[in-house]
Design a protein around this ligand. Sequence first.
Ligand SMILES: [Zn+2]
Length: 152
Amino acid sequence: MIITESGISFKDMTNKNVLITDTSGEVLSGYRKPSSELGMHLAIYKKRPDINSIIHTHSPYASGYAFSDRKLKRLEGFGKIKDEYISIVDYAPPGSLKLANYASKVMEKENVVLLKNHGVITAGKDLDEATLLAEFIEESAKIQLVSFILNL
Ligand SMILES: [Zn+2]
């Protein structure tokens, strides 16, 4: 698996800031420590052989929903719409096994999940698909917040 290193900003990232690990998380190549969410990524990949990319972000609007008691609706474009709202898992500390278990359980059947008081995870068949979904989630959170404010 290829994963970004811990504590690096995307704006400062180069190809030297990614590591390669085996499926148990053992670092095979790279210069620094992998992301503290390594376990969460591995747990999701183990349950989803059909996906090849996972994005974990703290994008402000979608994360705002994860910090609030308000649910984030699924907008059109999410593909197979099952529930009206994006799933959210209970809070567990970042980097914990508990969080990896919570997130991977939902991601077994979904391509997006909110992490309570933390952020967002999206997945796709490749990096473009996972990134596009992460951008779409952020955009829909922004739209729903603006709509909520305008309706006050
Ligand atoms: Zn995080």
